[in-house]
Write a protein that binds this ligand. Structure first.
Ligand SMILES: [Fe+2]
Length: 307
């Protein structure tokens, strides 16, 4: 099974017009498609059709997550293995998701729905594919993010979910947090050389803690923290911080529906040979330093606010 990096997040939007504006003007994505009640967006430096789908709804939170596979035959294999694990699956028709081929949706024990698919239409980079200029001609007020990087999900049965992703779909565990009693608490999983595509922590079923977008460097995170304050975007109390986990520079903010976003940069390169490098392990009492390295304390509602 060859699952590539996180491809897209499909999320709910209470006010889809406000959300579209947010993801264009604050995050720096471009609109790549529309359907009634849906807007598709992509980073300027990514070629596939979308990295984010906004779905008009009377709630916030996560609709489903998309991962691409490297071989069309992986879809049937994933479907069979998911059923062996007792998980609910559903075939997704060609173009049911705009710009995308058929897929297999798997409902994970944590309540999250994973859509594995093979084909995405290629739109090319905003810079162009022939003799490109490295400077974008038209960007609406913000330097673009480079790509959708990862999501922290919360749900029930995280350990069973992680076991399935590792044993059935070949995800690799890069870091892990232990609860005070020493049992596994939170998990950081990757399918590529980045430290995580998905992280899991306990919480309400199908919960979304945050969606992270990658930016060029630490100075870019600082400029974006200024921009968030200037635009009066709801943010985490901390401005710029650093995670001990992964060592990344980070700042958090919220979209108009209350879904938490993150700008981050500076990940280390993880081994692409799955299972070859043991995970970094954080003992429970170090969670504050692992979460916010500078402050070494966690804002009271940081783990409580999920959508
Ligand atoms: Fe993150």
């Amino acid at each position: 099974m060859a699952v590539t990096r996180l491809s897209y997040m499909s999320i709910y939007a209470l006010d889809i017009v406000a959300s579209e504006k947010h993801y264009i003007e604050v995050v720096g994505l471009r609109v790549t498609g529309r359907r009634p009640g849906q807007v598709y967006l992509q980073a300027h430096e990514s070629q596939d059709h979308h990295c984010l789908i906004l779905n008009a709804a009377d709630r916030a939170g996560l609709h489903h997550i998309g991962f691409k596979v490297n071989d069309i035959n992986d879809l049937a294999e994933a479907e069979a293995v998911a059923r062996d694990w007792g998980l609910v699956t559903r075939r997704v028709a060609d173009e049911e998701v705009l710009g995308q081929g058929q897929g297999v949706m798997i409902t994970l024990p944590s309540g999250h729905v994973l859509n594995l698919f093979y084909h995405s239409d290629r739109l090319g980079y905003s810079y162009g594919m022939n003799n490109p200029d490295i400077v974008l001609a038209q960007v609406e007020g913000v330097t673009p993010v480079t790509h959708l990087d990862h999501a922290l999900l919360v749900g029930n049965d995280c350990d069973k979910t992680v076991k399935f992703l590792m044993e059935a779909l070949d995800f690799n565990l890069t870091e892990m947090i232990l609860a005070p009693d020493g049992s596994p608490f939170a998990f950081f999983l990757t399918t590529s050389s980045t430290i995580h595509n998905l992280a899991f922590a306990p919480g309400p079923s199908n919960g979304l803690h945050h969606i992270a977008f990658y930016v060029n460097d630490r100075a870019d995170v600082i400029r974006r923290a200024d921009m968030l304050k200037h635009r009066k975007i709801a943010t985490l109390g901390y401005g710029i911080s650093r995670h001990g986990i992964g060592g990344v520079t980070t700042t958090y903010f919220f979209d108009p529906s209350g879904n938490r976003n993150e700008f981050q940069c500076g990940v280390y390169e993880a081994s692409t040979i799955r299972g070859n490098v043991p995970p970094i392990v954080w003992a429970g009492e170090n969670i504050p330093r692992g979460t916010f390295y500078y402050e070494a304390t966690i804002p009271p509602d940081f783990f409580e606010i999920v959508t």
